[in-house]
Design a protein around this ligand. Structure first.
Ligand code: SAH
Ligand code: SF4
Length: 354
């Protein structure tokens, strides 16, 4: 078992004296040391004992693709050789310091997977098409961020955001995801506050309710993708169990920091949901919710029955939302040249190997 599966509390109950847990956490998550032998302030006997009991990094890099916009997509192998994808999305920001001097700043967002495969089976998604294999453990979730920080020499003090938008449905792996949220936020660990973690879900309303009641402080993103139940059920079979109304109700009950918003992701697909009529319905649907809409160009993959929308239609859709007071951004097909949408890198490698 990897030691990354353990919260600091669990580790404190394991090692004596308990302050060793804090030291171990700091070595791993702040110094990026993945071997107990190098943890020099631990007694030799403890290092030997830990090496016997635990592994540390459960991931191996199989492939990296870098996009022209700077994003990097990783294909990782797990200990059982199954594969997952994670993406590093750097955003260059220009800011000015106290003397008015321009300083460049990079903000990092890391997109992580929560399962190998997915049970939800959305019609447009490659991950969904390949079926479900298994849940990731909490340690396999945190390892994705940890390894990407190490590989890119991102200093421990740098702020990083996490989005659970890779492969899999996070709320279908509820306990491990909630555990990971806690491990991520540990101040002796990666110290990523829940307010900088966004869980994206296909809309399992009962689990949104459950998560809300736990009041973890995480942010919520809903993969809405359609404004009427008929269209949505065609794209996302889960809509038959949890319809749009049930999702809106769950979102309204979800506790969100007053300065934050619920993100609604809307995958724009040509001739399916890209009309102004849909935009109009979307404005109505989200009325009364502190929402932000993220329009995503559908990214066609081999054998897909759907098409990428035109730039003109997406721009008109966005303009309609904005002019009706609904905050909206268009995801500029980040890393289109690196098989950006989830599941596509994995699939390409499988094809190459076949
Ligand atoms: N299962 C969760 C977590 C993210 S799924 C959810 O559905 O919210 C990964 C993200 O990739 C989703 O936002 C989904 O809409 C998007 N996605 C899947 N296939 C895509 C494609 N072909 N083009 C663009 N985005 C895609
Ligand atoms: Fe699963 Fe999300 Fe893909 Fe749907 S879009 S199949 S929920 S990973």
């Amino acid at each position: 078992m990897t030691i990354l599966d353990m919260t600091k509390k669990e580790l404190e109950a394991e090692v004596r004296p308990s302050f060793r847990a804090k030291q171990i956490y700091q070595w791993i998550y702040q110094q990026y040391i993945f071997s107990f032998d190098e943890m020099l302030n631990l007694p030799k006997s403890l290092r030997a004992e830990l090496s016997q009991k635990y592994s540390i990094m459960p991931l191996r890099v199989l492939k990296v693709e870098e996009s022209r916009d700077g994003s990097k997509k990783y294909l990782f192998a797990l200990q059982d050789n199954l594969t997952i994808e994670s993406v590093l999305l750097p955003m260059k920001l220009e800011e000015f310091d106290e003397d008015g001097k321009r300083v460049h700043h990079t903000r990092y967002t890391i997109c992580i997977s929560s399962q190998v495969g997915c049970k939800i089976g959305c019609a447009f998604c490659l991950t969904g098409k390949s079926g479900f294999v298994r849940n990731l453990t909490a340690g396999e979730l945190t390892a994705q961020v940890l390894l990407i920080k190490q590989l890119n020499a991102i200093d421990a003090s740098r702020r990083v955001n996490i989005v659970y938008m890779g492969m899999g449905e996070p709320l279908d792996n509820f306990d491990n995801v909630v555990k990971a949220v806690g491990i991520f936020s540990d101040i002796d660990g990666l110290s990523i506050s829940p307010k900088r973690q966004t869980i994206s879900t296909s809309g399992i309303s009962s689990k949104i309710d459950k998560l809300g009641k736990m009041d973890t402080g995480v942010l919520l993103a809903i993969s809405l993708h359609a404004v009427d139940d008929e269209t949505r059920a065609k794209l996302m079979p889960i809509n038959k169990a949890y319809d749009i109304n049930s999702i809106i109700k769950a979102v309204k009950a979800f506790p969100i920091d007053v300065r934050k918003r619920v993100l609604f992701e809307y995958l724009v697909i040509k001739d399916v949901n890209d009309s102004l009529e849909s935009a109009k319905k979307l404005v109505k649907l989200l009325n009364g919710i502190k929402a932000k809409v993220n329009l995503i160009y559908f990214n066609p993959h081999e054998g897909s029955e759907f098409k990428r929308p035109s730039e003109k239609d997406v721009a008109a859709f966005a303009a309609f939302l904005n002019s009706h007071g609904l905050l909206c951004t268009v995801r500029q097909s980040k890393g289109l040249d690196i098989s950006a949408a989830c599941g596509q890198l994995k699939r390409r490698r499988e094809n190459e190997l076949a």
